[in-house]
Design a protein around this ligand. Structure first.
Ligand code: NAP
Length: 278
C-alpha cells in the first residue's frame, strides 16, 4: 500500500523553526520583520498564491506589504517600487508569472540578494554550486524537506525530474545530483520524445510540468516514489501531474495533489526569510 506523503507535517516542522528565528529577530529589533510581495497585473492564480503567503505571514508574526502594480508597469516602475521598499523590508518577492512584456530574469535581479527570499536572483542561484548556500528556491527547498522528512533514500537512485525551469526543476536537478543527495538525475522536458522510456526507469519521479494527470500508472515503475509539484486548471478544477488511479498497490509512496508539496512551499518561503534575518 503506497504511503501518502502529506505536506502539512513537513510545513509545521519548518514553521516551528522559522517562528523561533522570527521571534529572536523581534526580541532583538523590537519590530516584526517585513516581507514585501510585488504582483504585476491581476493573474488570479498569482493573487491566490500571494494571499496564502499573506495568511502565513500573519500566522508567523511577519508584517506583509503587498504592492499591486498595474499590468502595464515598466521595468523602471518595478525598480522604483523595489528601491522604495528595500530599506524597510527584510525580504522581497516578485510573484510569477509576470506579464509577457516584463523579462523575469531582468526583474528578479533588481532584488538585492540579501532580500531575495525566493532565492531566484542569478546571484543566489549561483550558490547552488557552493556548499555554503543560505537560500534555496522555495519549491526546491519544499521538495527536499519532504524527501528528508519522510526519509526517502536518494543515493544511487534513478531520479527523473520532469521540467527544467529556473523556478522549480533546474535547482532540484542540481541539488539532487549533488554530493549531499547523490542521486542519478535525469531531466526530461517538452522536447523529450519518449517520456515513458525515462519515467519507467525512475525510482523517484518528480514532476513539475503542469499537465493535468499526465503521468498515469503506465509511466511509473512498480515500487517507486512519485512527487507531484505540477498544478494545472481544467474546467475550473485544479489537478496535479500524476494520475493517482490504481497507484495504491503500485507505488511505495506518493505526494498527493492537493496537500503535498504546495503547503510546504509557502512555509519554505518563510524558512528562507528566517535564514535571511538570522
Ligand atoms: P514552467 O516554467 O512552465 O516549466 C514547465 C516545464 O515543464 C518546462 O521545463 C517544460 O519544458 C516542461 N514541459 C511542459 N510540457 C511538457 C511535456 N508534455 N512533457 C515534458 N515536459 C514538459 O513551470 P514551473 O514554474 O517550473 O512550474 C511547474 C509546475 O509546477 C506548474 O504547474 C506550476 O503551477 C507548479 N508549481 C507548483 C508549486 C507548488 O508549490 N506545488 C510551486 C511552483 C510551481 P520546456 O523547458 O521544454 O519548455
Amino acid at each position: 500500500m503506497e504511503q501518502i506523503l502529506l505536506g502539512k507535517p513537513v510545513a509545521k516542522q519548518l514553521d516551528k523553526n522559522s517562528e523561533l528565528l522570527i521571534n529572536a529577530y523581534k526580541d532583538k529589533k523590537g519590530v516584526q520583520p517585513l516581507l514585501t510581495a510585488i504582483t504585476v497585473g491581476e493573474n488570479p492564480a498569482s493573487l491566490l498564491y500571494v494571499s496564502r503567503k499573506q495568511d502565513k505571514a500573519k500566522e508567523l508574526g511577519v508584517d506583509f506589504n503587498w504592492l499591486k502594480l498595474p499590468n502595464d508597469s515598466t521595468p523602471i516602475e518595478v525598480l522604483e517600487q523595489i528601491e522604495a521598499t528595500k530599506k524597510i523590508s527584510q525580504g522581497i518577492i516578485v510573484q510569477l508569472p509576470l506579464p509577457v512584456h516584463l523579462d523575469f530574469e531582468e526583474i528578479v535581479n533588481l532584488i538585492p540578494p540579501e532580500l531575495d527570499v525566493d532565492g531566484l536572483t542569478t546571484h543566489n542561484l549561483g550558490y547552488l554550486y557552493s556548499k555554503n548556500y543560505k537560500i534555496l528556491p522555495a519549491t526546491s527547498l519544499a521538495v527536499l524537506e519532504l524527501i528528508k522528512y519522510y526519509d526517502i533514500k536518494t543515493e544511487d537512485k534513478n531520479i527523473v525530474i520532469a521540467g527544467r525551469s529556473r523556478l522549480v526543476s533546474s535547482p532540484l536537478s542540481k541539488l539532487l545530483s549533488s554530493k549531499q543527495f547523490n542521486g542519478n538525475v535525469t531531466v526530461v522536458h517538452s522536447k523529450t520524445s519518449d517520456l515513458k522510456s525515462y519515467t519507467q526507469q525512475a525510482d523517484i519521479l518528480i514532476s513539475a510540468i503542469g499537465k493535468s494527470r499526465l503521468f498515469n500508472i503506465d509511466y511509473l515503475k512498480k515500487g517507486s516514489v512519485a512527487i507531484d509539484i505540477g498544478i494545472s486548471n481544467v474546467d475550473n478544477k485544479n489537478y496535479g501531474d500524476i494520475n493517482p488511479k490504481g497507484l495504491e498497490e503500485h507505488l511505495i509512496a506518493r505526494s498527493p495533489f492537493p496537500g503535498g508539496v504546495g503547503p510546504i512551499t509557502v512555509s519554505a518561503l518563510f524558512a528562507n526569510l528566517a535564514q535571511l534575518i538570522k
